[in-house]
Write a protein that binds this ligand. Structure first.
Ligand code: COA
Length: 161
């Protein structure tokens, strides 16, 4: 049996994925397709979760996503991810997406969302993950807020059964 890795701070696993938005990322209106952005969000969150767990992680749920404004082709998409909450086998990652206009330097907030992952063992059963090391007041507050969101999600899961 493999040992559970030691607790990690959110900073140790946080990540920013960047992708230059090209014609292949377009929808029929000529802006960036929302699905492309969501895929990058899930990829960013999944990498962060696996980095924390040191296990493969699958997405179990995503909180609602609102696109605040369209992203134009030619923008640099910045997908920032950070762990906010960790349970026994599940991990919540906060994702914030920004679009940078390379010609002006302006950066726009595009959307934010919480993605939840479950770590899997070799038999593809949920695997225990290391605790989150909460060294700052901000990290403790975010964790407490994550606990509230988790309760709501589990209630929703019960209702949808
Ligand atoms: C993820 C999966 C293995 C969990 O299986 P499960 O039988 O629900 O397992 P459990 O009930 O033991 O839950 C495991 C963890 O997920 C959490 N969880 C499960 N459903 C959840 C939901 N809807 N919202 C939030 N957390 C949830 C549980 O609270 C538990 O967390 P904890 O250990 O930190 O307390 C299973 O649901 C699955 O395989 N889903 C498909 C995942 C996938 O393929 N995703 C890619 C998209 S196709």
């Amino acid at each position: 049996m493999t040992e559970t890795p030691p607790a990690r701070t959110p900073d140790e696993t946080s990540l920013t994925l960047t992708q230059f938005m090209q014609p292949e990322h377009s929808n029929s209106l000529g802006n960036v397709h929302g699905g492309v952005i969501l895929k990058l969000c899930d990829e960013c969150g999944g990498i962060i979760a696996a980095r924390h767990a040191r296990h493969p992680c699958v997405t179990v749920t995503v909180d609602s996503v609102t696109f605040l404004q369209p992203v134009m082709l030619g923008r640099l998409l910045l997908v920032h991810g950070r762990i906010t909450w960790v349970g026994r086998t599940s991990i919540e990652v906060e994702i914030r997406v920004e679009a940078e206009n390379l010609l002006t330097g302006q950066v726009f907030h595009t959307n934010s969302a919480y993605f939840v992952y479950v770590a899997l063992d070799d038999e593809r059963n949920p695997a225990e993950v290391p605790p989150l090391l909460l060294e700052t007041e901000e990290a403790r507050t975010r964790f407490a807020q994550g606990e509230v969101r988790r309760q709501r999600r589990l209630e929703r899961r019960e209702q949808s059964k």
